[in-house]
Design a protein around this ligand. Structure first.
Ligand SMILES: [Zn+2]
Length: 336
């Protein structure tokens, strides 16, 4: 049996685990990501985490042979490098991930974007196990995704595939009664006085601008008096559950935007199964039911039987997927 270490490095936490080649996480650990301390500090802390796990494994007679890492940002898997990233992690762009971890730990390392790692884990040993193709859509602080075919996440010609949150949504517009009504035709105005909601990517009118957790909070607070503003997205969901009409409207609109996007993508890609994960997706039946209704309405008749399933929150899918990458990427290097 071969063993590797899978790492899921995000903007707030870094999780890692020793994973067997049959898809079991033997022991796991996590640390907060030192997101403001720069790339070298993050690589140092991640390597320390890895070496701690290696020692724990060796105490049980297990020798991990390689590292797979799923990281936030656009990751060039061939060069093992961060090509672009948001400022959630300071100085992350240009970081040589695989080289940095190999030098510090002595273990061969393979890297991929964290959402691709998540999707790979779901299709290997999670909610999409056994399927020939799967579309993963993660809805949380951002909206991202990955399309896995025959166990391989499709990363695109520039490693930028999977930006599910960044295409046009008809829901991501504000009409005359809101902010748009200043009468001043700005760059994001379209005919009829609708204004595209600004998106985290710098664009506007995208799925993420209406469907992400921060977008839900924003939408709600725009529509209630300042004194009634919600402190966070969780509070908006709680108010929706207790019957607050504005919260209900905002949550169902966000879910419908997401469902419509998923339905449209499914029409294009025809995946065997769609797995929906992330903090917003896990918020409860209010969101889930509105999302699946909108997705079903969008699907072509040929896709009527498409399964849309939630991710299993108990599965550490990104750690599993990163490990799977290490196990399959270069079998010569990881052979024990
Ligand atoms: Zn965008």
């Amino acid at each position: 049996m071969r063993y590797v270490i899978g790492i899921d490095l995000g903007g707030t936490k870094t999780a890692a685990g020793i994973v067997s080649e049959d898809g079991r996480v033997l022991c796991a650990a996590r640390i907060p990501t030192a997101a403001k301390e720069g790339a070298e500090a993050i690589l140092d802390a991640t390597a320390t985490l890895v070496l701690r796990l290696v020692r724990r494994a060796e105490a049980e007679g297990i020798v991990p042979a390689a590292i797979g890492i799923g990281s936030a940002g656009v990751i060039d898997g061939e060069r093992g490098m961060v090509v672009s990233a948001t400022d959630a992690i300071s100085g992350w762009v240009g970081t040589r991930l695989t080289e940095g971890l190999q030098t510090r730990t002595g273990l061969a390392c393979a890297a991929i974007n964290d959402v691709h790692a998540h999707a790979l884990g779901e299709s290997w040993a999670g909610a999409a196990a056994g399927s020939s193709s799967a579309l993963l859509v993660a809805v949380g602080t951002g909206v991202g995704g990955s399309f896995v075919v025959d166990g391989v996440p499709q990363q695109g010609a520039r490693f930028a595939a999977g930006h599910v949150g960044h295409f046009a949504s008809p829901y991501a517009y504000e009409f005359a009664s809101g902010v748009a009504s200043d009468g001043d035709a700005g760059a994001n105005d379209i005919a009829g006085g609708a204004v595209a909601l600004p998106c985290s990517c710098g664009g506007a009118g995208h799925v993420e601008a209406i469907a992400s957790g921060p977008a839900i909070l924003h939408s709600y607070n725009r529509e209630v008096p300042l004194a009634d503003a919600a402190p966070d997205t969780h509070a908006v969901f709680a108010r929706a559950s207790s019957g607050d009409k504005t919260a209900l409207l905002v949550v169902s609109r966000a879910a419908a935007a997401c469902g419509q996007a998923i339905g449209g993508l499914a029409n294009i890609l025809d995946p065997e199964v769609v797995v929906v994960s992330g903090g917003v997706a896990g918020a409860g039946p209010l969101w889930w039911d509105a999302m699946t209704r909108a997705a079903s309405a969008e699907l072509l008749p040929a896709l009527a039987e498409l399964r849309i399933v939630p991710a299993n929150p108990a599965t550490d899918a990104a750690v599993l997927g990163a490990a799977r990458l290490a196990l399959t990427r270069d079998p010569v290097k990881v052979a024990s």
